[in-house]
Design a protein around this ligand. Structure first.
Ligand SMILES: [Zn+2]
Length: 506
C-alpha cells in the first residue's frame, strides 16, 4: 500500500518534528498542512468564498507526544506568522466560546487574521447537546463559508454578533479514539469536515541525518514565513492545470462509489474531493504558487486516502478491504490520467482583492448534495443533456477525459437552480465543464438572448453556446439567471449584440 507523498517545505518541517519528537512523519506532515492552511486562510479563497482550511483530527494513543507541540518545537509557531493567532489547548466549551468570540472580533474585512485551535473540546459523554450544537455551528461556518450556511445555523450565530464574515478558524484536534467515535456517531455532518488520522508509532526509518534535516527545516521555515508575509495583503484565487483537473475527476467520482456501497456508514465517506482540493491548494501556496498541479492533487489525495483508511478502521473495520479496493482504483486512475500541464485558460489567476466579486474559475468542489449531505446522482434529465452533448462543455467546448465507461466527465448545470424556483427539465439544464459550471453558477458568466457567453466582470464575449437540435434551452431561464447576476450591464435587448461580437464580424 503506497503511503503519503511527503512534499516541500511542510515535508521538511514534518521530518524535523519526527526527528525531535518521535512523531510519525505522516502525522506530523498532516498536522503541518492543517497548521499552514490556517496561516494562509485569510488570503486563500476557495470557490464560494470559503476559506481554505484543512482540519485534522488526530487520534492519539497514550503517551504519544502532542503534534502541535512537536511542530512548535520545530519553529512552526505563530510568532513567525503575525496574521495567525494560536489558541492552544481548547479542551472545554468555555475555551471554545472565548476563542470564537476573539476570532469574531478580529475577523473584519481587511484584517487578514485567522486562528488555529489546538486541543479538542470533543468529548465522549452525555448531556452535551448545547455544547455540540455550538461546536457544530462555530466550526461548520468556518469550514463552509457564508454561502453554504443554512438559516438554522445563522440563527444561533446572530446572537454572537455580526455574521458578515466567516471566521477563519483552523483546527488541529488531538483526542482519544473513543471521543472521535462518539462525535462521528452523534454528528456525522461535522465529522466529515475533518480528516481523521489514527496516530502511527514512530517512524521505523532508522536515524536520519540530523544536521541535514535541521538545515532543510530552517530553510523551509524561512520560505513559509516569506510566503505568508507576501500573502498578508492580497487574496488568492486558485486555478488548476488541465492535468490537475483530470486527476481531480476520479476523486469526485469516488464519493459516488462510497455512496453506493450499502454496508459503509452513511455519510462518512464524502467531501473527499473538497478535502483533496483544500490540501492541494495549501500545498501549492506553500510553494508560492496559486496554480494547483497534478503533483499537488496526487500528494493531497495520498493524505486523504490515508485518512479514509483510518476512518474505515475506526467506524467499519469489517469493510476495510472494500474501502481499500475503492481507494486503490482511484489511485490507479489518478496516476494514469494525463492532461495539459498548463493552467486551464478559464482559470486565469487574479491575485488581488480586486478580484473579489468576480467568480473564480476553479474546479467546483461542491458537488450536488442532498439534504443529509449525500451526493445525489444525476437525474434522467441531466443524463439526457449530457448524452446529447457527449459530455462536451457547451460554453468552452472542452471534454474532460477520464477512465470509466463514459470516458468523460461533465456536469449538468441548472440555469435556474432548483432551490430558486427552477425545474428539472432539459430546457433548464446545460452540459458544462466544472470550470464553466462554477463561473456560471456564481454569476461570472452569463448568456445573452442569442446564446453568446459573456464574462460578467470584463464584458468580454467568448463564443456562442454550443447547441443541439434535441436540446431546447429555455430563454426564460437564461433571462432569470442574467437578471440575478448582471445588474450593471445594459438590459437584455441591448446586451444581445455586444460590440465585441460586431467588431469580430460574428
Ligand atoms: Zn467549459
Amino acid at each position: 500500500m503506497s503511503g503519503v507523498l511527503i512534499r516541500g517545505s511542510l515535508g521538511d518541517i514534518a521530518r524535523l518534528a519526527g526527528l525531535q519528537g518521535g512523531a510519525h512523519i505522516e502525522d506530523a506532515y498532516a498536522a503541518a498542512v492543517c497548521w499552514w492552511s490556517a496561516a494562509v486562510a485569510p488570503a486563500a479563497v476557495m470557490p464560494g468564498w470559503r476559506s481554505c482550511v484543512v482540519w485534522g483530527a488526530f487520534l492519539a494513543q497514550e503517551n504519544q507526544p502532542s503534534l502541535a507541540t512537536a511542530l512548535q518545537n520545530t519553529g512552526l509557531e505563530p510568532r513567525r506568522f503575525p496574521h495567525l493567532g494560536l489558541h492552544p489547548d481548547i479542551t472545554t466549551e468555555t475555551a471554545l466560546r472565548a476563542a470564537r468570540a476573539a476570532t469574531t472580533r478580529r475577523t473584519r474585512p481587511g484584517t487578514a487574521f485567522s486562528m488555529l485551535l489546538t486541543g479538542s473540546p470533543i468529548k465522549n459523554g452525555t448531556s452535551r447537546k448545547s455544547s455540540d450544537e455550538f461546536l457544530a455551528s462555530t466550526l461548520r461556518v468556518a469550514w463552509d463559508g457564508e454561502e453554504y450556511r443554512p438559516d438554522s445555523e445563522l440563527r444561533p450565530l446572530r446572537r454572537l454578533g455580526p455574521v458578515g464574515n466567516a471566521p477563519r478558524i483552523g483546527v488541529l484536534w488531538e483526542m482519544p479514539e473513543q471521543d472521535w467515535r462518539y462525535d462521528a456517531q452523534t454528528s456525522p455532518a461535522s465529522s466529515t469536515r475533518f480528516l481523521i488520522f489514527r496516530r502511527r508509532q514512530e517512524d521505523p526509518h532508522g536515524e536520519p541525518d540530523r544536521r541535514r534535516v535541521t538545515a532543510a527545516a530552517v530553510r523551509a521555515l524561512e520560505e513559509l514565513t516569506r510566503i505568508h508575509d507576501d500573502l498578508s495583503t492580497c487574496q488568492v484565487d486558485f486555478t488548476m492545470t488541465g492535468e490537475a483537473a483530470e486527476k481531480f475527476w476520479p476523486i469526485r467520482l469516488t464519493e459516488d462509489r462510497f455512496d453506493s456501497e450499502e454496508t459503509l456508514p452513511e455519510s462518512q465517506f464524502f467531501r473527499l474531493d473538497d478535502h483533496t482540493h483544500r490540501i492541494a491548494a495549501a500545498l501549492a501556496l506553500a510553494e508560492g504558487t496559486q496554480v494547483i498541479t497534478g503533483g499537488h492533487i496526487e500528494a493531497a489525495w495520498s493524505l486523504v486516502a490515508r485518512s479514509c483508511r483510518d476512518r474505515a478502521r475506526l467506524l467499519c473495520p469489517g469493510d476495510l478491504d472494500l474501502v481499500d479496493r475503492i481507494l486503490r482504483d482511484t489511485g490507479a486512475q489518478i496516476s494514469s490520467s494525463t492532461g495539459s500541464p498548463q493552467p486551464l485558460p478559464l482559470g486565469t489567476p487574479s491575485p488581488h482583492d480586486a478580484a473579489r466579486g468576480a467568480a473564480s474559475a476553479v474546479v467546483s468542489t461542491r458537488g450536488a448534495r442532498g439534504r443529509n449531505g449525500k451526493v445525489k446522482r444525476d437525474s434522467a434529465v441531466v443524463q439526457d443533456v449530457k448524452g446529447w452533448h457527449g459530455d462536451r462543455c457547451q460554453m468552452c467546448g472542452s471534454v474532460l477525459r477520464i477512465p470509466g465507461p463514459r470516458q468523460a466527465a461533465s456536469e449538468g448545470a441548472h440555469i435556474r437552480p432548483l432551490g430558486k424556483g427552477g425545474h428539472d427539465y432539459t430546457g433548464n439544464v446545460l452540459c458544462l465543464c466544472p470550470n464553466c459550471h462554477t463561473q456560471f453558477d456564481q454569476g461570472g458568466l452569463y448568456l445573452t438572448d442569442d446564446l453568446y457567453v459573456v464574462e460578467t466582470v470584463t464584458g468580454t464575449v467568448r463564443r456562442r453556446l454550443e447547441t443541439d437540435p434535441r436540446h431546447d434551452v429555455d430563454l426564460e431561464c437564461i433571462r432569470w439567471h442574467r437578471a440575478r447576476w448582471v445588474q450593471d450591464v445594459p438590459p437584455p435587448d441591448r446586451q444581445a449584440r455586444p460590440s465585441v461580437v460586431t467588431a469580430r464580424g460574428l
